[in-house]
Design a protein around this ligand. Structure first.
Ligand SMILES: Cc1cc2nc3c(=O)[nH]c(=O)nc-3n(C[C@H](O)[C@H](O)[C@H](O)COP(=O)(O)OP(=O)(O)OC[C@H]3O[C@@H](n4cnc5c(N)ncnc54)[C@H](O)[C@@H]3O)c2cc1C
Length: 479
């Protein structure tokens, strides 16, 4: 009897299938559906039409962390901003490649202080409320973050700032006249678009805008800089995760057995969630579209081999782990601009403070120039190096400022300033420089005025301890 009663309760009963609404009765409750579906269609035919045209004060190409910083800062200056990205989502690599941490935003050592502000402050303030970031103190101080939360933060901040977004739009052509970009032609799956603006920010990572405009760019001359296919694992046992030293040692010892290309790796654990972002592969990221597509699939294969390695070699930590997500291919350095000035490795090592400095960082030289491993040249607690405004500006153009991982630097120097802290600062500098330039040239702005506006990113020092105190530990936030 009991069995029958249970069955009767849980089996759904549908009443009135042939009427305008039907009722589903199940589990002691009911809900209704409309049953009549529209059958109407209309015929549409494509007629050759002109691209949609939109105008803005500032057009930012690339919605990675540097483009987001540029767009929000420009909007806060009262500009009409149009933010374009080739992906159908905002956030660039910070969100979609699951890079795991914000580096280069603090000075080194136990008394590390914050060196970049602007949207960095907002991100720390807002994400710390939900425990989505975690300050990790070490030789190099970093913030570990939840990329899903950062993605939503970016989307909300862009909407609140009143920025127009154009997603899934690839820059195809750039119209240049008398040293100024006049407009961009973009292809989207919904048709072509043309965008005109007074000023442009190239935050595309690959210098897409500067390249398409025909201005000189540069690439690494001694072989590729490798990217990484990141992978997020869930179901790990945090207590048994190998130390930062142990993982690479085992990768070197046993890597060949598992077909690993890279023989060193890192895990970024989001404490209290049994989740880790694994950085264990090295893939080439060529600019040829077919080659890049092939390398993308190879990168995923490398990631799978790395997961097999982890599960077998560290069963206590990773035996029950599953892949929760593969990031988009992580691209470090491909093509970048030739600017008015090149940041050199000597500038970085000596901590040269330029008259036109606009950003600072203490991040090591981190050049991924080999399949197996990478160059890592760390600096002391007192070290700081700077990015000059000249490295953000192509010499032959008056209304473009570049931000992020495609500014002018030598191969090694770029590897120390392409991390997210300085990317945020460069985005802010681009927005303020275009504001100061107006309809004039970014090469003729009042540099002192720019530096006053960027003073926080050059001089203000908030202790990392203070920040750590305001960030709730993950475990507590998720209790
Ligand atoms: C695997 C990996 C791990 C890393 N780890 C860290 C880390 O832990 N901490 C850290 O701080 N940094 C890390 N970095 C470096 C850092 O993530 C990037 O250098 C930084 O995020 C670059 O930001 P960006 O805004 O300059 O460029 P991106 O984030 O690359 O954004 C560029 C945007 O431009 C768009 N775009 C490109 N071309 C076009 C076009 N033609 N038309 C339209 N849109 C276009 C792209 O879709 C993209 O969204 C890592 C990098 C990699 C690859």
């Amino acid at each position: 009897m009991l069995q029958k009663g249970r069955l009767a309760q849980s089996s759904p009963f549908i009443a009135g299938r042939d009427q305008e609404t039907c009722k589903v009765i199940m589990g002691g409750g009911s809900f209704s559906f409309r049953t009549k579906a529209s059958t109407a269609t209309r015929t549409v035919v494509r007629h050759g039409s002109a691209p949609l045209f939109r105008e803005a004060d500032v057009c930012v190409v690339g919605s990675g962390i540097s483009g987001v910083s540029a767009a929000i800062e420009a909007a806060r200056l009262g500009k009409q901003v149009l933010l374009v990205d080739g992906l159908p989502v905002l956030g660039g690599q910070a969100v979609n490649s699951i890079v795991g941490t914000i580096c280069g935003m603090f000075s080194n050592g136990a008394d590390g202080y914050q060196v970049t502000y602007g949207i960095a402050e907002d991100i720390i303030r807002d994400l710390s409320k939900t425990g989505a970031i975690h300050y990790r103190q070490g030789v190099n101080n970093i913030i570990v973050y939840d990329e899903v939360a950062l993605g939503r933060w970016i989307e909300n901040a862009i909407r609140e700032a009143g920025i127009t977004v154009l997603l899934g739009a690839i820059v195809r052509e750039v119209e240049v006249k008398e040293r100024r970009i006049r407009s961009l032609s973009l292809a989207t799956r919904y048709g072509d678009v043309r965008v005109g603006a007074t000023g442009f920010v190239d935050a595309s990572g690959d210098a897409a805008l500067v390249w398409q405009a025909g201005f000189p760019c540069q690439e690494a001359a001694d072989g590729p800089v490798f990217g990484t296919q990141m992978v997020v694992l869930e179901g790990i046992d945090e207590e048994h995760v190998p130390s930062r030293a142990e993982l690479p040692v085992r990768m070197r010892e046993k890597g060949e057995q598992y077909g690993l290309v890279r023989r060193e790796g890192l895990s970024f654990i989001i404490p209290g969630r049994g989740i880790a972002a694994m950085n264990m592969t090295h893939m080439e990221t060529p600019l040829d579209p077919f080659e890049m597509s092939t390398k993308t699939l190879e990168g995923r294969d490398q990631a799978d081999r790395a997961v097999t390695f982890l599960k077998t070699e560290f069963p206590k930590a990773f035996g029950k782990a599953r892949v929760r997500a593969y990031g988009f291919p992580g691209i470090r350095q491909t093509r970048w601009i030739r600017g008015r000035q090149q940041l050199t490795v000597e500038d970085v090592v000596s901590g040269r403070k330029f008259d036109d400095a606009i950003a600072r960082t203490a991040w090591p030289i981190e050049l991924h120039d080999s399949g197996n491993d990478h160059v890592w040249r760390p600096f002391g607690d007192d070290h700081m190096h700077y990015v000059p405004f000249g490295s953000l500006t192509p010499a032959d153009a008056d209304n473009i400022v570049v931000a992020g991982r495609c500014i002018d630097a030598d191969n090694a120097a770029l590897s120390s300033v392409r991390v997210m802290g300085p990317c945020i600062a460069m985005g802010a500098a681009a927005a303020h420089a275009l504001d100061l330039a107006g309809t004039g040239s970014v090469h003729q702005i009042d540099m002192e005025a720019l530096k006053v506006r960027l003073r926080d990113n050059l001089e203000r020092n908030v202790s990392g301890h203070e920040i750590a105190r305001t960030i709730r530990p993950f475990a507590e936030a998720n209790a």
